[in-house]
Write a protein that binds this ligand. Structure first.
Ligand code: AHM
Ligand code: MG
Length: 319
């Protein structure tokens, strides 16, 4: 009854001018997501929760599942035969995985978002932005420093009460659910558009005192208008807001003056998906997709969700 991911991708991307090869990249993400969701669900019993004892390039404690997810997706993306290079929130430098003319895509990812929630049975997920490599483009440290507007597709997965994968291209946004009976992703949420009515706001209220006055005013306005819903896994908060309407904000705070979230791995892919679904994303100063990246692991403030509410919130912040 529901179209499968491979049926959808064969009819929509395979052999097309703009997206040829994307079907293999997305299939690679789907394979990785299957393995990661199975590992996440089995982690407590397999004693695979907890930290590796390392600190990553972000200065954060590395969870065993962070490393597993990053390694898994680098491998499945490499096996797609269509990806030239991958950068990951968990790896300091870009990983080159292929260098033939068929390797046309560049992927930047947060392999397991919401890692503080892994050990406590709360939804987590993976976030990936997909760019095209120019013909014969050399892969150097700066090759992946491309603006969000140049993405051709973006994907996130949520490992929650079910496993979902949402794929946006420049044409549309499609939602697939993993069928646990046969391990196949099926198109359950075709042509996703963010609902017109904004129903909630998602932010870490505990940071309120560390916000500047304009941002405090904006949060107070949201507080008096909408319900608060905050999972603490960006991907899960974003997914709920995309399907039900809502705004997520992680502004600059005293503790994280540049913002906490990562431009290349979290903000750009989700901003691309939000815009393709009729929403918007801003850093409070500019459109996320227009930010000129200076470094791979750059952080930024993120205000994302229903377009009118994002615009209103940014205008209040700015006063
Ligand atoms: P992570 O990529 O290391 O998991 O960190 C990002 C996470 C987001 O998923 C979430 O929105 C945010 O950090 C929560 O931060 P806080 O605990 O400060 O509210
Ligand atoms: Mg993250």
């Amino acid at each position: 009854m529901f179209q499968t991911l491979s049926e959808y991708s064969a009819s929509s991307w395979k052999g097309s001018n703009e997206y040829d090869g994307l079907e293999a990249v997305v299939a690679g993400i789907a394979d990785g997501a299957q393995l990661i969701q199975a590992k996440v669900r089995a982690a407590v019993l397999a004693q695979a929760v907890g930290t590796t004892g390392e600190i990553n390039v972000q200065g954060e404690v590395v969870q065993i599942l962070d490393t597993f997810s990053s390694d898994t997706l680098v491998r499945t993306l490499s096996e797609s035969g269509r990806v030239a290079a991958v950068s990951s929130e968990e790896i300091e430098e870009t990983v080159v995985v292929g260098d033939s003319p068929a390797h046309q895509y560049l992927v930047q990812m947060d392999p397991l978002d919401g890692s503080s929630n892994i050990d406590v049975a709360i939804s987590v997920g993976s976030i990936l932005g997909i760019w095209k490599r120019q013909a014969d483009e050399m892969i150097t440290d700066s090759t992946l420093l491309k603006k969000g507007t140049e993405q051709v597709a973006a994907v996130y997965t949520v490992y929650g009460s079910c496993t979902m994968m949402v794929v946006a291209t420049r044409e549309n946004v499609q939602g697939f659910t993993l069928d646990p009976t046969d391990g196949i992703f099926r198109l359950t949420n075709p042509d996703i558009r963010i609902p017109e009515k904004n129903s909630c706001y998602s932010t870490n209220e505990g940071n309120f005192k560390g916000l500047d006055l304009g941002t405090q005013k904006a949060v107070e306005e949201l507080r008096s208008t909408y319900s608060l819903r905050y999972v603490g896994s960006l991907v899960a908060d974003f997914h709920r807001n995309l399907l039900k309407g809502g705004i997520f904000l992680y502004p600059s705070t005293k503790k994280s003056p540049e913002g906490k979230l990562r431009l290349m791995y979290e903000a750009n892919p989700l901003a691309f998906i939000a815009e393709q679904a009729g929403g918007a994303a801003s850093s409070g100063k500019e459109r996320i997709l227009d930010i000129e990246p200076k470094k791979l692991h750059q952080r930024c403030a993120l205000i994302i969700g229903n377009k009118d509410v994002v615009e209103r919130t940014v205008s209040v912040m700015d006063r």
